[in-house]
Design a protein around this ligand. Structure first.
Ligand code: UD1
Length: 437
């Protein structure tokens, strides 16, 4: 057991969720066929759960995925005085004013997204004490833009003993211009601004569907927001919000991972209960490679392809190619005809999966933020590999689906942070995959 300041690392509390010794064993070579449903989006559920702090009473959320990161969020909400109850994928958060407006290090270090409680606590109670999240496997991932936003809205901020300490009588609306597109920063700004005095205008806002879903919930609570999904969002502060009910938007990253799983095996897979438009950056690239793609109102199907071509991708904010699908797409490109150039445009250190894919026999040259993949159908052979972060784990599982022999993916507690029983969904499509301890 290690005790280091990295959110994606294992901590003792994780034992009840998934054993650190759990691994996934995949035997490659089976084509996947069939239909599978997407779960609710982790990255929408997290800010929306934190948004419940903005109003006392019972908030009801449907389609909340069963994940380790959601569990960490529930624990933090409970530490902040809320009662959280779950039945299946429905979660009820009963909010009452907390005694201490503190997000402690022990909880924050497990999940970076805990910083999302800063905006709601500060705007509602005029004070918040949130631990700095520390380092992370995919780069330094600072929170300066979150902190600057709160300052811009009138908060006094001190950083003391590893905590952000924020105070304000009442936040006052202002113009917030993000120097770079930040999903979490936009979400914190939105949640802070809904109870601020006057008008806030967020410029260069993130347009991700998860940000839009948060805005939808805030509006159900009585917030006055315009422009979500565009680069300028305008918020008129109100005095009070009420709890409401909301179904979380489908997880485009999980849906994309499942489509790539079908594609890499040369099979035919339909992902139901998703929003095809949210997957366009991926499905356009898959079509470019030669995969047949069919979309219906709430489903996407990838059809059989005996071979496919390599293509270049470059990750960027929505509607660009998502960084959260980069590792999985790279696994697919290891099996393509020809070379692909993969450019990571969001995070500085998000090629940790490359060395592990190479251990399986992939031909990849990583540079600072660019990797060149020389694809070849077949050519991967099983090896024990180590998951280093959430999406890297998924890419190793995908590679395992086509590697000859039994690939053992270790440290899959990373996977449980963001995928609801991925191995069960893949097994339902015909994969030879199991979790072992
Ligand atoms: C969210 C997602 C994550 C996804 C990422 C980019 C959640 C819970 N997580 O993360 O899965 O990979 O968006 O789509 O929704 N940055 C700063 N200062 C800040 C904040 C961010 O420099 O204060 C930088 C980051 O280091 C990164 C870039 O801005 O280089 C974008 O990060 P951001 O969009 O904020 O990512 P998260 O919200 O943390």
């Amino acid at each position: 057991m290690r005790n280091v300041a990295c959110l994606s690392d294992f901590s003792s509390e994780d034992l009840e969720w998934s054993d650190p010794l759990d691994s996934i064993v995949v035997t490659g070579g089976r084509q996947l066929h069939g239909s599978v449903a997407a779960s609710g989006a982790k990255n929408a559920a997290l800010p929306i759960l934190f948004a419940s702090l903005l109003a006392d009473g019972r908030h009801t959320f449907e389609r909340v995925p069963i994940l380790r990161d959601i569990d960490s969020t529930d624990q933090l909400l409970e530490a902040l005085g809320c009662r959280v109850a779950r039945e299946g994928t429905t979660v009820v958060v009963d909010v009452a004013s907390p005694r201490d407006k503190v997000a402690p290090y022990d909880l924050v270090r497990k999940m970076r997204a805990s910083i999302l409680c800063l905006g709601p606590l500060l705007t509602r109670y005029g004070e918040a004490r949130v631990s700095l999240p520390g380092g992370c496997a995919i780069g330094s991932r600072p929170i300066d833009l979150h902190v600057e936003t709160m300052r811009k809205l009138g908060a006094d901020i001190d950083i003391e003993e590893g905590y952000v300490i924020a105070r304000a009588k009442r936040l006052v609306g202002d113009r917030i211009l993000f120097e770079k597109v930040t999903v979490g920063g936009t979400e914190n700004a939105l949640m802070a601004a809904v109870l601020a005095q006057g008008t806030t205008v967020i410029e260069n806002a993130a347009k991700e569907p998860e940000v839009v879903d948060l805005a939808r919930y805030l509006k159900k609570m009585g917030a006055r927001i315009e422009g979500e999904g565009r680069s300028i969002i305008t918020i008129e502060g109100v005095d009070e919000l009420q709890p409401a009910r909301h179904a979380i938007v489908p997880d485009r990253i999980e849906a994309g991972t499942l489509l790539i799983a079908g594609a890499i095996t040369g099979g035919r897979v339909t992902v139901e209960d998703c929003i095809p438009e949210h997957l366009e950056a991926l499905t356009d690239k898959m079509q470019e490679c030669g995969f047949p793609i069919e979309t219906k109102a709430t489903s996407v199907t990838v059809g059989e392809a005996a071979q496919w071509h390599g293509t270049d991708i470059s990750t960027s904010p929505y509607p660009g190619f998502p960084t959260d699908l980069q590792a999985q797409f790279m696994a697919l490109m290891t099996q393509a005809r020809g070379s692909s150039v993969v450019t990571e445009g969001i995070f500085e250190n998000r090629f940790m999966h490359v060395q592990e894919l190479v251990r399986l026999g992939a031909d990849i040259t990583p540079m600072t933020q660019v990797a060149v993949v020389r694809g070849k159908r077949g050519g991967l052979s099983a090896a024990p590999v180590m998951a280093t972060d959430l999406r890297a784990s998924a890419s190793l599982v995908l590679a395992g689906l086509v590697a000859a022999g039994e690939t053992e993916v270790n440290r899959i507690y990373h996977l449980d942070r963001g995928y609801e029983r991925l191995e069960e969904k893949l097994a339902s499509l015909g994969a030879d995959i199991r979790r072992v301890n």
